[in-house]
Ligand binder design. Sequence first.
Ligand code: ADP
Ligand code: MG
Length: 260
Amino acid sequence: MKIVALSNHKGGVGKTTTAVNLGAYLARAGQKVLVLDLDPQANATETLGLNPEEHTSIYETMLGQGDISRLPVATNLENLHLIPANADLSGIEVDLGADEHRLARLHAPLQNYKAIAPYDYLLIDCPPSLGVLMTCALAAADEIVIPVQCEYLSLIGLTKMVDLLNEIRATGVNPGVVIEGIVLTMADGRTNLTEEVINEVRQQMNSIAYDTVIPRNVKLGEAPSHGKTILEYAPDSKGAEAYETLCNEFLQRHGAVLSA
Ligand SMILES: Nc1ncnc2c1ncn2[C@@H]1O[C@H](COP(=O)(O)OP(=O)(O)O)[C@@H](O)[C@H]1O
Ligand SMILES: [Mg+2]
């Protein structure tokens, strides 16, 4: 099981949208996918059609009390399971804020789980802050995928993520973590600004920026309120097409041989 964190400390850049929709297309391609919702706001949980308050989050596991293998629940999509989030998770910031071993709190249980988990990919949907939950995710992941909104100042946020990862590596908890890719999101094809940001990210981060750019698409914005991924809500939309293409690119990067 490969652990991939969708992370950017900026909110509203498309982390959750990418986690659930990349997850949906990976699952449709036959990959066994587990999404870990690590945001107390539980947007991924709701988009996947589940009620956060009816499920157990990873909270107890991070406090050393839970058995992670009991947490995944099925979603409406075959091959796509979810460890839901709920408001309990916000307690982690307080409970572990002063814990000197906090970076191991997700790393350790996930390392144990990796060997037995019946999944190809674990996609972690990170919260939009630099708090304990987010740093624990970076410390637990094999790879980071950073969604970046096509707007002014996005690159500054990107630099901060690179610095943060260097700090995490330096702690020794997760020295091998890499930035697997950058996904440009919410591109508005009509503006010069979008084009400038895309060019700048490609220049600075060329080898890791995905060729696929996710356009701004009304259906992508609507799907979560229906408790649906774009694959279920509007499979013929431009947004769906983009996430399917992203999925293929992701699989190719991970060594899959795709039939045409
Ligand atoms: N490509 C897109 N086109 C239109 N709306 C989008 C797109 N990507 C995300 N959104 C919407 O923008 C908001 C923020 O996206 P989200 O994925 O929740 O960001 P994050 O998880 O980084 O906070 C959500 O309401 C989402 O539905
Ligand atoms: Mg989110």
